[in-house]
Design a protein around this ligand. Structure first.
Ligand code: HEM
Length: 159
């Protein structure tokens, strides 16, 4: 059971670093970068910061998933996936899948190139779309985090 508690600690710390970083990028860094004068400067600064954060996000995503699935295994809670009252478990898994796909597949193989070409062509529109997408992911992650805390402490909301 100590290992279970350790997994919960790792899970929460990883979520703080990961979603906290997404919040920082969304509410502070993108708005600051958007105000820079030249588009080259905007692209270069954003890529430098987001590139560094991507490494942290990859590590924390792996830690969150690893500790999460370990807790599912220890609790033998797989049947929760079949119960709609555990929608917060589905939400956690969905958020994790979305970020895993973005960080490990879409960003390196598609989004990186796409962002650069579009940002050179039309920087305002590209940064606006990218900012909006960051907001969507952040809100989804915050709702999930709130629901996971409430749900794992016995508040299900749905009867
Ligand atoms: C593969 C993905 C994930 C799995 C399998 C998973 C699994 C779990 C499990 C089994 C618990 C403990 C539930 C209980 O005590 O009844 C938990 C707690 C929690 N998870 Fe996840 N999780 C995942 C991803 C995430 C993500 C992406 C977030 C945040 C966006 C998140 C945030 C939390 C929080 C905040 C708690 C509550 C901790 C507490 O209050 O003690 N998890 N997770």
């Amino acid at each position: 059971m100590e290992y279970f508690t350790l997994a919960r600690v790792i899970h929460v710390i990883a979520v703080i670093l990961w979603i906290g970083g997404v919040a920082m990028v969304t509410t502070v860094i993108i708005p600051a970068v958007k105000r820079m004068k030249s588009k080259e400067e905007r692209i270069e600064t954003f890529e430098m910061i987001e590139g560094k954060f991507a490494i942290q996000a990859k590590i924390t995503t792996l830690l969150t998933g690893g500790s999460g699935f370990y807790m599912m295994y220890e609790l033998n809670a797989w049947n929760r996936y079949l119960d709609y009252r555990f929608w917060w478990i589905h939400a956690m898994t969905l958020v994790w899948i979305i970020f895993t796909l973005i960080l490990f597949i879409l960003e390196p193989y598609v989004l990186h190139k796409l962002f650069k070409t579009q940002a050179l062509k039309n920087p305002e529109k590209t940064f606006r779309i990218m900012h909006r997408l960051h907001w969507i992911l952040l809100v989804l992650s915050l709702i999930t985090t709130a629901a996971a805390v409430a749900g794992s402490h016995g508040w299900f909301w749905l009867k």
